[in-house]
Design a protein. Sequence first.
Length: 241
Amino acid sequence: MPTVHRKLERSAIGFVLAIIGVSAIGGFVEIAPLFTIDETVEAAPDMRVYTPLELAGRDIYIREGCYACHSQMVRTLRDEVERYGPYSLAAESQYDHPMLWGSKRTGPDLARIGGRYSDEWHAQHLINPRDVVPASVMPRYSWLAETPLRTSDLGRRLAAQRAVGVPYNDAMIANAEADALGQANPDSEASGGTRERYGAETHIRPFDGDADRLTEMDAVIAYLQILGQLTDAAHQPAAGE
C-alpha cells in the first residue's frame, strides 16, 4: 500500500499545495511577532546614532570578519549576565544594519566591551593579541594602524543608513568627513562640530594615540569603545520593578 506521503509526491498539484501550506505556517510564525513589536521592543529615548568614525569602524569590523568569532548579544542566562553585564535588548540594535548578534564565540561577546579597556589596550590587542592575552588565538590586525581611513564616502554611507531608518539629518551627512576627522583630533576646529551634532558624551580623542593622522585603527577602536553605550536602556529597571 502506498503511503500518504508517496501518494502526495505523485500528485503535482497536491505536493505544491502542501509546500505552500507548510511555507505559510513558517511565514506566519516569523511574521506574527512583528504585529506586537511596539509592545515588545523597549523604549530607548536616549538612543544615539553612530558617528561617522564609529560607523566606519563598524564597516571595517564587518570587512575583517570579526563577527565570525565574536557575538554581540548577551543572553538572559545567569552566567552570561555575570560575565558580560545586562542582557542585550532589541532596542540596542535598532540602528545596526546588519545586526551582528551572532552565536559563534571563539572570542568573548563584545556587546558591552565599550569602556572596559583603554584605547592603548585595544590598539596593542589589534596589533598583536598575544601581547595582552597570551592564550589568544585571534589573528593580528597590525595593518590597521598603518592604513589611512578612507573618508571621502562617509557622507554616502550615512545617507544609505538613513534610507533604512537611521535618523541621520542633512547636517550629519554633509559634514560626515569633517566629523570623522574631528572625533579623532580634539584640538582641531572640526571637533566642535562633531560634538555639536552627536552630543556632549561623544568620545573625542586620538584613539590610536596619534592625532595627526586618521587611520583604520582609529575607526575600529572608536567603534569598540561605543559598544553597549549607545543607550542606557539595559541598565534601567524593568517596567513594574
